[in-house]
Write a protein that binds this ligand. Sequence first.
Ligand code: MG
Length: 358
Amino acid sequence: MSQEGKGPLTMSHGAGGANMQKMIGDLIVPVLSNRRWRRPVIQVPLDALDDSAVVDGIVFTTDSHTVRPIFFPGGDIGSLSVAGTVNDLSVVGAEPLALSCGLVLEEGLAFEELERILRSMAATCKRAGVPVVTGDTKVVERGAVQKIVVNTSGIGRRSPLLDRNLKEARRHRKVGGNWLLDSNLRPGDAIILSGAVGDHGIAVLSQREGYGFGSVIKSDVAPLNMMVEAALKAGGVVSGKDPTRGGLANLLNEWAEKSKTGIVVEEGSVPVHDGVRTACEMLGIDPLSIGNEGKAVFGVVRERAEAVLRALRRTKEGREAALIGEATASVKGVVLHTTVGGRRILEQPAGDPIPRIC
Ligand code: MG
């Protein structure tokens, strides 16, 4: 459990991959563990390490944002901080209700930049229909953070559509979890991705490093609560998650491990925009391990896969949704059927190939 003798933290401990999960699993969760608390009643506890917790029926999550640079094509730290928290609430099957906004501002930040960030937060709140209702502001010395850190926490309540959605799934098979948990996937379930991966990470990276990839790649940052609602309306969704840090590769490995099932993914079915593919080839990065901020992945009982896919494609955020694979007992871990006809293990990334993107 002790991390002593292993040297200090590195950037990889915040990268959403295996190193970060080891630190959380070996140190943070054991110390803060809350499974044995009698009150409040914790339905989804800390050690589930899911997108949100559930406490006395209230869905609760938090996220700190340290993206560099703070403005990038398609978004900024303001839109990111609202969408990130709205999405973590939505993908477990909650209706987001309200957010907090904790600002850590560095001496020297221009008021114009702060105002631009706040207006972007407000616009994203409006789009999602979720208000900021409480907050905190601190200022730190020059050099203590890079311009600004934004923490947003959010609360939600059980979506009115969730019970009917799970009932639809239970017409076809047993579903243990009462929320859209990482551990709910079973062999036979379809894996549906709501759109193309890699846009956010590449957009931030190219702005940071001044790369010109021939075309401007825009971040996909967007609140997904309306899109998730459409999927729930179709019915049969058992798991939901947003492929943020560590990307799709990390998400699928988390699902496989927590659900104790193998997953097979058809590489050719995973949507990747041309500009992102070119950039990834130039940089030697796998688009499947890049973080996204406007995508969700759904585990769906096979019989409802087509209906959920159609429902997603009718939404603005899910118009490029695709069936990318299935859970199966015939493999261990996550196996990728490659476009050239091969098979390879899709490993959990150790760290993020592109740090500081959220
Ligand atoms: Mg998440």
